[in-house]
Design a protein around this ligand. Structure first.
Ligand code: RIB
Length: 286
């Protein structure tokens, strides 16, 4: 069984600030660092660092070699990371004194992936293989359709959430990994229990993991519900906590761990990730 992650690669420009900049305001940052990121890349790194091989597919511009090298250094397969004429995607990330972040994205090469490239990539994958997707590339609905036809297990992290996601063929997704904000956007509900009921009603054959930040995470499907608590740690930067959780959960399920074990390991990995500044660099090794 192979894991293919068809996802974004970003250069992260990280600015430490006292408080997030507000409309009309100009503020000074206290620190600037250029980091490796992108929800897709972060999740591939997390899958690999959790102990499972992963094939990453996506696109970077000529300025993106650093991201490909980073993946290669961790032995993520990058044969399907394509060189685009468009510049590499990037993120402007403010991290405040509490370790919370806010992120502005430029899609760049991530938003310029063709259907024929998706066909090329998927040629090497078949029934039972996992495909991991987030919402930072332009090709998500098309890849869901194609992967479904092949009988792949489709894992979707609907992040960042956009209105267009509601038009994706989400009935073909096998496993959703999402947070409360994303759950609310998909269901129109704001209460945790109602979000769960509504998701099960809308996508009855899917499995779900709902992450709840400092409150932990819940796995559920039609017949089962398993909750784990979060670890208590000193937060430096929450960027990529969700990506770390997602990659670790997927890798551990793929390696045959129970849902309970996978949730617990993923929660610990995410807790460790928030104790360091940065996205991919902060993802721990198993
Ligand atoms: O989830 C964190 C990631 O979101 C960052 O690395 C940034 O690139 C954005 O994609």
């Amino acid at each position: 069984m192979k894991i293919l992650n068809f996802g974004s690669l970003n250069t992260d420009h990280v600015y430490k600030v006292k408080n997030f900049v507000t409309p009309g305001e100009t503020i000074k940052s206290t620190q600037y660092i250029k980091k490796v990121g992108g929800k897709g890349l972060n999740q591939s790194i997390a899958i690999k660092r959790a102990g499972h091989d992963v094939f990453h597919a996506g696109a970077v511009g000529e300025d993106g070699q650093m991201l490909v090298d980073f993946l290669k250094k961790d032995n993520v397969n990058t044969d399907n990371v394509k060189l685009s004429e468009i510049p590499t995607g990037h993120a402007i990330i403010q991290v405040d004194e509490k370790g919370e972040n806010c992120i502005l994205l430029y899609g760049g090469a991530n938003q310029n992936i063709s259907e024929s490239f998706a066909d090329e990539v998927l040629q090497d994958f078949s029934q039972g293989d996992y495909i991991v997707l987030q919402n930072e590339t332009n090709i998500v609905p098309c890849v869901i359709e194609k992967a479904y036809e092949k009988g792949m297990k489709i894992i979707f992290n609907p992040s960042p959430i956009t209105e267009t996601i509601l038009n994706f063929p989400l009935g073909k997704v096998s496993l959703f990994i999402l947070n409360e904000v994303e759950g609310e956007a998909l269901t129109g509900e704001s209460n945790e229990d109602k979000i769960i009921l509504s998701l099960l009603e809308k996508y009855p054959s899917a499995e779900f993991v709902l992450t709840l930040g400092s409150k932990g995470a819940i796995y559920f499907n039609k017949t089962q519900k398993i909750a784990v608590e979060a670890e208590k740690v000193e937060v430096v930067d929450t960027t990529a906590a969700g990506d770390t959780f997602t990659g670790y959960f997927i890798a551990n399920i793929a390696m045959g761990k129970s849902v309970n074990e996978a949730l617990s390991i993923a929660t610990k990995a995410a807790a460790k990730a928030v104790t360091t500044l940065g996205a991919a660099e902060s993802i721990p090794y198993m």
